[in-house]
Design a protein around this ligand. Structure first.
Ligand SMILES: [Zn+2]
Length: 133
């Protein structure tokens, strides 16, 4: 009891120290430097995990907002800056001639190639499509 009252932790929160001792928990080891360093690192890591989680969540919200501001035309989604997006997963696609799927917009996430066609089914070039968006 006397030892607990003189430890820095017990000086800060004596009622808590007494309560823990009544429960049979010895909190003396908490005032040892190595334990304090470990506890400090633990708190720091938890803070870091929370920070990273918050950043990932806000990044996902931004992606969701971008996905809302798109339109479907010529078989491809287009964002507000006329960038082509996959009609399936809405990630950016790149135009080219591919061994599998032929000429069109390729989504490397879905591993599919989407041809650029007008309403009747005629093939279009990206420049023609962007002009008519
Ligand atoms: Zn996709």
């Amino acid at each position: 009891m006397i030892a607990a009252a003189t430890s820095p932790l017990a000086l800060g929160v004596p009622f808590l120290a007494e309560a823990l001792q009544k429960l049979g928990l010895n909190i003396e080891y908490l005032s040892r430097p190595e334990v304090r360093i470990i506890l400090g690192l633990l708190v720091f890591c938890l803070g870091l995990i929370f920070l990273v989680y918050s950043l990932v969540c806000s990044f996902n919200v931004q992606i969701e907002k971008q996905k809302d501001n798109i339109k479907l035309k010529f078989g491809i989604y287009w964002d507000k800056d006329n960038n082509p997006l996959c009609p399936s997963c809405k990630l950016p696609v790149s135009y080219g001639k591919y061994a599998i799927g032929g000429t069109g917009y390729r989504c490397f996430s879905c591993t599919k190639t989407f041809p650029l066609t007008d309403d009747v089914g005629n093939r279009l070039k990206p420049e023609q499509a962007i002009q008519n968006l």
